[in-house]
Design a protein around this ligand. Structure first.
Ligand code: OOB
Length: 549
């Protein structure tokens, strides 16, 4: 007997899909059709520049041809429509080629971040039943091939590991391409295009299913708001697999408009500023801590940044004081962006006055983005009051991939996504992010689910209980602090041992607690639950201070 577990994820009800098509939001494009059209319209224009270590460029024709050859090679290896492929590449031209190759055959990239390690990758591969995993040979001092071997041995569905560079025991990506004369039919516009990762509030990240129709609409909307056109030269400084540098307006938005994407290997000013000068970069996007760094470094640099027209800042709250300093320092416009991989993206506008740009996080892309600001009982609060942000619209998912129980909590019965953000709406419809109701730490734009780290620390035999919280940090916005209660009579532990335990479990380095404090008890809420708010208050008031060495 087979059990029908239903569709992988809820999608838009028919009446909504019809409305979004009738409004011209969903136009029946796919990533494959878009690239083919751009390559036909302007084959020799530069699509992608990968500057390091030796500068390589892809014209639109080359990108289309090379991704079609990769698509044919993937298909020849039995990879097809709907198959999941975990893509774990740094900001290189191969990333763009591979992703467009997968799009062409309807296989679904699952975007891992470069910082992810064995625990995350093993989970992505097993949970998505991935058939392939794409890696660099080495990156930032880490050998990805050994990790791939371990994950492959542990994941029965994983048939292929493709390596950009020296493949070791795996398959070289350069051996995959073949003649694309018998390419299978591509996906439909309302098919899934890829799975994004959620920042997460639970022990494991959730997967976000995005369609060609919905994502391409968010690109078109973002391009219009940010003024992206064929003259745009967009620098990708954040990891290319994250939703922000991918679509706000990001490298996919830039390619949609026929512009040029410049891939930056590292985001620091010493790497990025010379590239801005050499490639005449006009636009980029970054998280607040990086914007602070760029703002400070701009005063000292000898690099010519005069080509920059617009810098987008988002992913975490950008302080008003820092926001005021960016435009004069970098000599370009600032736009704040408040988005989420689940969909909704808000931008301040190019014609907003300075006060709006520095004090709000923007307003939605689409007139069909529905915004509700509600109290704890889901009742709407008056405009200007704080409340929980709920949203529904033409590019916001109706549910996570294969997560029915989580979906019941994260979406209302009528399909609004519970963002977990606390906002207020100004009379102009701009949103101001005031805080967060979800149990998540936003470490300078990198999201940490405390539960994931708590579970790791709890596995230590000396640990009775643990609670991980975010505490205010002037540079990162927040950093992570693990409060640990030891078992009676247990071997004493020191902070480095707790950090090592997390690191050695093989998770992304940004998830290792910045601070560890040992306490006898946690503050409790009225009904006896651990009060994370109480812990954050303790941390801010500096009540305890365990030496960290
Ligand atoms: C972006 O996407 P995610 O999925 O990594 O994180 C989304 C969450 C939001 O729910 C919010 O809590 C926070 O990140 N956030 C902000 C923010 N932008 C995102 N909090 C305060 N101020 C902001 N400007 O982070 C993301 C996706 C697309 C574009 C930009 C950011």
């Amino acid at each position: 007997m087979t059990i029908d577990s239903g569709p992988d994820a809820p999608t838009w009800p028919a009446e909504f899909a019809e409305r979004y098509r009738a409004a011209g939001h969903w136009r029946g494009e796919t990533f494959g059709s878009v690239l083919a059209e751009r390559a036909a319209a302007h084959p020799d224009r530069i699509a992608v520049v990968d500057p390091a270590p030796a500068r390589r460029v892809w014209t639109y024709r080359e990108l289309a041809e090379r991704s079609a050859r990769l698509a044919a090679g993937f298909a020849a290896r039995g990879i097809g429509k709907g198959d999941r492929v975990v893509v774990h590449l740094p900001n290189t031209g191969e990333f763009v080629e591979v992703v467009f190759g997968l799009f062409r055959i309807g296989a679904l990239p699952v975007y891992a971040l470069p910082a992810h390690r064995e625990t995350e990758i093993a989970y992505f591969c097993s949970f998505t039943e991935a058939v392939a995993y794409v890696i660099p040979d080495r990156h930032a001092g880490f050998d990805h091939r050994a990790l791939a071997s371990k994950v492959k041995a542990a994941t029965p569905t994983l048939r292929h590991v493709f390596v950009a560079g020296d493949p070791g025991e795996h398959t070289a990506l350069s051996d995959v391409p073949c003649e694309p004369d018998q390419l299978p039919e591509g996906p439909a516009p309302d098919d899934l295009a890829f799975l994004q990762l959620s920042g997460g509030t639970t022990g494991v990240p959730k997967l976000i299913p995005r369609t060609h129709d919905d994502y391409i609409y968010s690109l078109r909307g973002s391009d219009e708001i940010c003024g992206v056109d064929e003259d745009t030269r967009f620098l990708v400084v954040l990891p290319a697999g994250h939703n922000f540098p991918m679509s706000s307006p990001g490298w996919l938005g830039t390619l949609y408009a026929g512009g040029t994407v410049v891939l930056c290997p590292r985001p620091d000013p010493a790497t990025a500023f010379p590239l801005v000068e050499a490639e005449r970069v006009t636009m980029t996007g970054m998280v607040p801590p990086l914007a602070l760094l760029w703002t400070e470094a701009a005063a000292e640099t000898t690099a010519d940044l005069s080509s920059l027209r617009l810098v987008l800042v988002g992913g975490a709250k950008y302080s008003e004081a820092a926001a005021r300093r960016l435009e004069p320092a970098l000599g370009c416009r600032l736009m704040q962006v408040f988005g989420m991989a689940e969909g909704l993206v808000n931008y301040t506008r190019l014609d907003d006055d300075e006060e709006t740009v520095v004090t709000t996080q923007g307003r939605p892309i689409s007139p069909d983005d529905e915004i509700r600001v509600v109290d704890d009982e889901d009742d709407d609060v008056p405009d200007g009051d704080f409340g929980h942000l709920l949203t529904r619209g033409p590019y916001t998912i109706r549910g996570y991939w294969r997560a029915p129980e989580h979906n019941a909590r994260s979406f209302t019965a009528d399909g609004f996504y519970r963002t977990g953000d606390i906002v207020r709406r100004t009379p102009t419809g701009h949103l101001v992010v005031e805080g967060r109701a979800k149990d998540q730490i936003n470490r300078g734009g990198e999201k940490i689910a405390p539960e994931e780290i708590e579970n790791i620390i709890l596995s230590h035999p000396s640990v009775h209980d643990v609670s991980v919280v975010g505490v205010a940090d002037p540079y990162l916005g927040e950093r992570s602090l693990a409060y640990v209660i030891l078992r009676d009579g247990a071997e004493p532990l020191k902070p480095p041992a707790v950090k090592r335990l997390v690191r050695e479990r093989g998770v992304a380095a940004y998830k290792v607690p910045d601070l560890v404090e040992f306490v006898d008890a946690f503050p409790q809420t009225g009904i006896g639950k651990v009060s994370k708010k109480g812990l954050r208050t303790d941390a801010t008031s500096g009540r305890s201070a365990t030496p960290q060495h």
